[in-house]
Design a protein around this ligand. Structure first.
Ligand code: HEM
Ligand code: CU
Length: 442
């Protein structure tokens, strides 16, 4: 095969989209994406540990051209606790790249593929437990432009819906852990655009001018809900149904499936605030699925006369923000302190899977409450945390055959979290020391 010209892809964070591709020949496009796990704002006073591609939810927007050869490098930030990978729906090949891109914290993986089919595609993490990785924000969009490009518009934006499951109810303050049970029941506390309540309102609202055409690349990361995407006060002139070639016209609301997309465009005839919603409407007004397109320009009383109603106002905020590194290093002075410190480690690192009372989830995550497996052998439990665990294990008479990732924790944190577990949740007591943990490392 003759070699193609090489270029680096321009990636953008939401709601921005890279510029249209102007070349009329295929290229070898190099893409570098980094997976990150960090605390960000979900709503005012509510934080969440988002897992992301490129530090934003949705992840960086990728734009390539039909026929391009993509060389994809996925790096997993060294501070990550989990391995991650990527399944791009634009890939023709097993798992959409999932196996080839499986990457441990502090590592990078590279694989290549040709983009054969034009369209707007979702990408997402496919590491077990897949639902949890997606629910924490690991999704984004890749646009494969058709050879002749898309019709020109004045502005393009990137909007992706996602549903989120937190221990606390909607609006409950603090860093909210992921709630696996609500996720399985498909009962989200938050349904939002671009990773947070208010990520497209206030001074984060999308903007345009009267007379312009606007195209929205709309995706739905799920993990569960199907979106009834609608812009209040506008009619979509064109909808690329499900992100494919079929173009429908004069559409009010378009379905965007979980793991799917739609491209919509429309011309703006009058000024005002146009409100993006999931028209499954409680999600918009009670769970956060609401954004604003603010249009400025001359009124046209012939098209729309009468008082413009005030928009709903939700204070702004970005999807994912960096916070400083972890708290300063403090050593527990006694067993009671170890238990107290260990509780924090548990809530931040274990609870998402093993649950708030250590009860686990039947068929998926074994209990660490009253766990015969845990109590029987402290050194073995240390190794589970250090190395992870896979294959069949029997805990309290039930067999689990799943995967626990190795946890990136220091000796003291592991000693503390195990001491916490041993002295809570009906376990048999005891204490684990940092030296004991060090002895289990090879
Ligand atoms: C197994 C502790 C984090 C998923 C276990 C076991 C222990 C344990 C002691 C052995 C079986 C038992 O006693 O129940 C911990 C601690 C964690 C942690 C202290 C945090 C530092 C996680 C996370 C996940 C997870 C974040 C999910 C991503 C699992 C699974 C098993 C397991 C699936 C069973 C593996 C198999 O079937 O082979 N864990 N865990 N654990 N854990 Fe964790
Ligand atoms: Cu992941």
């Amino acid at each position: 095969a003759k070699s193609l010209p090489v270029e680096k892809a321009t990636l953008t964070a939401p709601p921005m989209v890279p510029p249209p591709i102007t070349r009329n020949y295929p290229a070898k496009v190099q893409i570098h994406l980094e997976t990150q796990e960090k605390v960000g704002r979900m709503a005012d006073g509510v934080e969440y540990v988002f897992w992301s591609f490129g530090g934003s939810v949705p992840g960086s927007f990728i734009r390539v051209r039909e026929g391009d050869e993509v060389e994809f490098t996925l790096s997993n930030h060294p501070s990550s606790k989990m391995p991650h990978n990527i399944d791009l729906h634009a890939v023709t090949g097993p798992g959409g790249g999932a196996v080839s891109s499986f990457t441990s914290p502090g590592h990078s993986s590279t694989f290549s593929f040709q983009v054969i089919n034009p369209g707007l595609y979702v990408y997402h993490c496919a590491t077990a437990p897949v639902g949890m990785h997606v629910a924490n924000g690991m999704y984004g969009l890749i646009l494969v432009e058709p050879k002749d490009g898309l019709p020109k518009v004045d502005r393009e934006y990137y909007v992706v819906q996602g549903d989120f499951y937190t221990k606390g109810a909607y609006g409950e303050a603090g860093v909210q852990p992921f709630d696996m049970e609500k996720a399985i029941k498909e009962q989200p506390d938050y349904v939002v655009f671009n990773g947070a309540v208010g990520s497209l309102t206030g001074d984060k609202a999308l903007t345009a001018k009267v007379g312009e055409t606007v195209r929205l690349y709309v995706g739905n990361g799920g993990p569960n809900l199907v979106s009834s995407f609608h812009v209040i006060g506008e009619i979509f002139d064109n909808v690329y149904v499900e992100g494919g070639d079929l173009v429908n016209h004069n559409v009010q609301t378009t379905l965007v499936p979980a793991g799917g997309s739609a491209i919509v465009d429309f011309k703006l005839d009058v000024p005002g605030n146009f409100i993006l919603v999931d028209h499954s409407i409680f999600r918009a007004f009670n769970k956060g699925a609401l954004g604003i397109l603010k249009v400025e320009g001359k009124e046209d009383k012939g098209i729309y006369s009468g008082k413009q109603k005030d928009s709903v106002y939700l204070p702004e905020g970005s999807a994912v923000q960096s916070v400083g590194d972890a708290a300063p290093f403090v050593t527990a002075q006694n067993k009671a302190e170890k238990i107290r410190f260990g509780q924090r480690i548990y809530e931040a690192n274990c609870q998402a899977c093993h649950q708030a009372k250590g009860e686990g989830i039947k068929g998926a995550f074994p209990p660490v409450a009253k766990s015969d497996y845990l109590n029987a052998d402290h050194d073995r439990a240390i190794r589970v945390i250090l190395n992870g665990l896979s294959g069949a294990v029997k805990v309290n008479g039930e067999t689990y055959n799943s995967v626990m990732p190795a946890m990136q924790l220091n000796d003291m944190d592991i000693a503390n979290v195990l001491t916490y577990l041993l002295n809570n949740f009906g376990n048999k007591g005891g204490e684990v020391t940092a030296e004991q943990v060090a002895n289990q490392r090879h």
